[in-house]
Write a protein that binds this ligand. Structure first.
Ligand code: DGY
Length: 323
C-alpha cells in the first residue's frame, strides 16, 4: 500500500479515488497548510503528494524523500516546485490543465466589472449608511461595453477571457509568446507588443504563468505607459507585478484602479497600502474557486497519482519522472 500525503482537505473525490486504487490517503487536518518542516517530514514518509500552490517544495525536501514518485499539484500553475529539480530525482510533477480556464475567466471578469463599476466600493458605502439619494454624479465608473481589453498571456485562460469580451463588443489586444492566427480570425483579436497594449487598453488582464521572464513584468515604466483611467486585473500570480510600483502608480493617479485575486505575499498583510485604496479590489486567490472546478482539479491530481503509482505515465505531466 502506497502512502499519499494530501496537504489539505480536498473537495471532490480525491480521497476515494486514491483509496479505491488501494492507497493510504493521509490528509493534513488543518485549515492552514503544513509548515515547511512538517511538509518535509510528511514527504519523507510518502510515495506521492497531492499539493496546492501554497506548498513550496524545495530541492532539499525532495532529497529527503527517497520514496516520493510524484508531486501532483491541484493547480494549473506550478511555480511552487521546480519541475527540473524534481525530474533530476526521478519525481513526476503534474498540474491540472483544461478544467479551470472558464471558471478563472469568469472571476477575472467579475473583478474587471467590479473595478470598472465600483461595485465593492459602493457596497461598502451603502453598508456604512452613505446612500442618501439617487445621485447624477454618484459612483460614476467606466464603460466596459465597447472598451479596449489588453490580455497578457493568451493560453487557455486568456482565450476564455477574450471569448467573453466578444459579447461586450470590445476591441481585444493580446501580448503572448505564441501568435494565435486562428483565434485572431475567430474572435477578431490583434497581437501587439507589450508597450502598445499597455498604452491603448482601458483594461489590462494578466493571464501568464510566473516564470523568470514574467516575474516583475509590470513595473513603474509599464504602469507609466497605461492610460490614466485604465484598470489592471490580475488572476495570474502576484509576482508578475512589481507591487511597490503598483502602489506608487495608484497613489500618483497614473492608473485608474486594480482588481487583484493574487498578491505578493499571500495573504496580503492587512496593513499593506493596497488595502487603503478605494479603487482597488482584492480577493483571496479564488479565481478557480467554483465547487465543480475545484473538485475536478483535486480529482485530476488524484488520478495522476494513481497512474504513477501503477507504474504508468501521469496524464498531465509538466516534467519527466521515472515510471
Ligand atoms: C492555479 O491553478 O494555478 C491557480 O492559481 C489555483 O487555482
Amino acid at each position: 500500500m502506497a502512502r499519499v500525503f494530501l496537504t489539505r482537505e480536498m473537495p471532490g473525490r480525491a480521497v476515494e479515488i486514491l483509496q479505491a486504487a488501494g492507497h493510504q490517503a493521509v490528509v493534513w487536518p488543518d485549515e492552514l497548510p503544513p509548515p515547511q518542516v512538517e511538509l518535509a517530514a510528511e514527504l519523507a514518509q510518502s510515495h506521492a503528494a497531492l499539493t496546492t500552490v501554497v506548498d513550496r517544495i524545495t530541492p532539499a525536501m525532495l532529497d529527503g524523500a527517497p520514496d516520493l514518485r510524484i508531486v501532483a499539484n491541484m493547480a494549473v500553475g506550478y511555480d511552487n516546485i521546480s519541475p527540473a529539480e524534481a525530474a533530476e530525482r526521478g519525481i513526476w510533477v503534474t498540474n491540472t490543465p483544461g478544467v479551470l480556464a472558464e471558471t478563472t475567466a469568469d472571476m477575472a471578469w467579475a473583478l474587471l466589472m467590479s473595478a470598472a463599476r465600483r461595485v465593492t466600493e459602493s457596497d461598502r458605502h451603502t453598508r456604512a449608511g452613505g446612500w442618501r439619494t439617487w445621485s447624477p454624479t454618484g459612483f460614476l465608473g467606466m464603460d466596459v461595453f465597447g472598451a479596449t481589453l489588453g490580455i497578457i498571456g493568451l493560453g487557455e485562460i486568456g482565450e476564455a477571457m477574450a471569448r467573453r469580451a466578444v459579447g461586450f463588443k470590445m476591441r481585444v489586444l493580446y501580448h503572448s509568446r505564441t501568435r494565435k492566427p486562428a483565434l485572431e480570425a475567430d474572435l477578431g483579436l490583434e497581437q501587439v507588443g507589450l508597450d502598445e497594449l499597455l498604452a491603448v487598453s482601458d483594461y489590462v488582464s494578466l493571464h501568464c504563468p510566473l516564470t523568470p521572464e514574467t516575474r516583475g513584468l509590470l513595473g513603474a515604466r509599464e504602469f507609466g505607459l497605461m492610460k490614466k483611467r485604465a484598470i489592471l486585473v490580475n488572476t495570474a500570480r502576484g509576482q508578475v507585478i512589481d507591487q511597490d510600483a503598483l502602489v506608487s502608480a495608484l497613489r500618483d493617479g497614473t492608473m485608474g484602479g486594480a482588481a487583484l485575486d493574487v498578491t505578493d505575499p499571500e495573504p496580503l498583510p492587512l496593513a499593506h497600502p493596497l488595502f487603503s485604496f478605494e479603487n482597488v479590489v482584492i480577493t483571496p486567490h479564488i479565481a478557480s474557486g467554483s465547487m465543480a472546478t475545484r473538485s475536478k482539479m483535486a480529482d485530476m491530481a488524484a488520478e495522476n497519482i494513481v497512474a504513477v503509482l501503477a507504474g504508468k505515465e501521469p496524464i498531465n505531466p509538466v516534467n519527466r519522472g521515472h515510471r
